[in-house]
Design a protein around this ligand. Structure first.
Ligand SMILES: *Cc1c(COP(=O)(O)O)cnc(C)c1O
Length: 349
């Protein structure tokens, strides 16, 4: 039978998310970089007291309640903000709005695999440029490729490293297309590229509440850019992309910076402890400004270790692809979870 799908859909591999066991399963889940602490109590309180009237009506197409919270907290005007159903939706919207079929979508590798999936769906031409040794940014090659869209995740996944603001500034000034700076992990990092949106009309910063704010299940992300750049994105997004619950709960979480910062500080402390423990076991670690580590086990036997941990109820991320298949990506959990992980690793390395 002939295919019902477009050739580009037949040709692509769908994105494979990390395993998601049911909540309550007795498992230590260190595979998808969720925050181990609960969401803000203020956000939970909003959820508990939501009036059903909010569900009867269509939600605000621009999620203004949430946008206003972002505006107040980050000190950017509300019309410089676009809200997405997870930041994944915004990555998709940028490609749909800015890359015609066949146009180049460029990004350094290794990075977030979804950039490839979304490009193939368009179909745009995914141009993958390898990072240099120790994750130096291949600026000249990125500039030369001059994509309709260029993605830089910083801090990056799965490496955990950050790209210098000066490098991003240089890229922004030399590219004629859009530069998407994906700051999914910025809450765990030392600096942000946010000031670049005021310097360059072709730069958009994309963030999420999934990692720093413990709200991966709510699906809420946002982009910050010059209103001229946002105008095209607003045409492409679903009109009611943010549900009423996410808008209100997200606004409360955003306004509760004290709670978020407290959780982040705990995770950063655990990150330092876990790094020491893994180094003691002779793992090679890359510096991380995120809530995870890319690690290479002393015998480079990443896949057997991944499987053995899984058997013991500990999920970490294994990428079966060149350059990564000797490594694991491990989310920083609570101190107790990390300790259980380390104890299991002692018998596996
Ligand atoms: C987790 C992650 C995202 C996705 O965030 P959502 O808001 O949950 O869609 C985007 N980019 C990177 C690099 C991520 O790791």
């Amino acid at each position: 039978m002939t295919s019902l799908f477009r050739p580009s859909i037949d040709a692509m591999t769908g994105y494979v998310p990390g395993e998601q066991p049911k909540p309550g399963t007795p498992i230590i889940k260190l595979n998808t970089n969720e925050n181990p602490y609960p969401p803000s109590p203020e956000a939970i309180a909003v959820l508990r007291t939501l009036d059903s009237e909010w569900l009867r009506r269509y939600p605000d197409p621009y999620a203004n309640e949430f946008r206003q919270a972002i505006s107040d907290v980050l000190d950017v005007p509300r019309d410089w903000i676009i809200v997405g159903n997870g930041s994944d939706e915004l990555l998709n919207v940028v490609i749909r709005a800015c890359a015609d079929p066949g146009d180049k979508v460029v990004y350094p590798m290794p990075t977030y695999v979804l950039y490839r999936t979304l490009s193939q769906m368009q179909p745009a031409m995914a141009v993958e440029i390898p990072y240099g040794d120790d994750f130096s940014l291949p600026i000249e090659d990125l500039v030369e490729a001059n994509g309709a869209v260029t993605f830089i995740a910083t801090p990056n996944s799965p490496s955990g490293h950050t790209v210098a603001i000066a490098d991003l500034r240089q890229l922004a000034s030399r590219l004629s297309g859009v530069l998407v700076i994906d700051e999914a992990y910025v809450d765990f990092a030392e600096e942000t590229a946010l000031p670049l949106v005021r310097e360059f009309e072709n730069v958009i910063i994309i963030r999420t509440l999934s990692k720093g704010y413990s709200l991966a299940g709510l699906r809420l992300g946002f982009g910050i850019a010059n209103p001229a750049l946002l105008s095209g994105l607003f045409k492409v997004k679903d009109s009611y992309n943010i549900d009423a619950i996410a808008c209100l709960v997200g606004a409360a979480a955003m306004r509760d910076q004290a709670y978020k910062n407290h959780c982040i500080e705990r995770i950063k402390a655990s990150r330092a402890t876990l790094a020491l423990e893994l180094k003691k076991l002779n793992f090679h670690l890359w510096d991380s400004q995120t809530n995870f580590f890319l690690v290479r086990p002393p015998q480079s036997n990443a896949e057997p270790i991944y499987l053995a941990l899984k058997e013991r109820g500990i999920l970490v991320r294994y990428f079966k692809q060149p350059g990564l298949d000797d490594k694991l990506r491990i989310t920083v959990g609570t101190d107790a979870q990390n300790q259980t992980l380390v104890e299991a690793l002692v018998s596996l390395v």
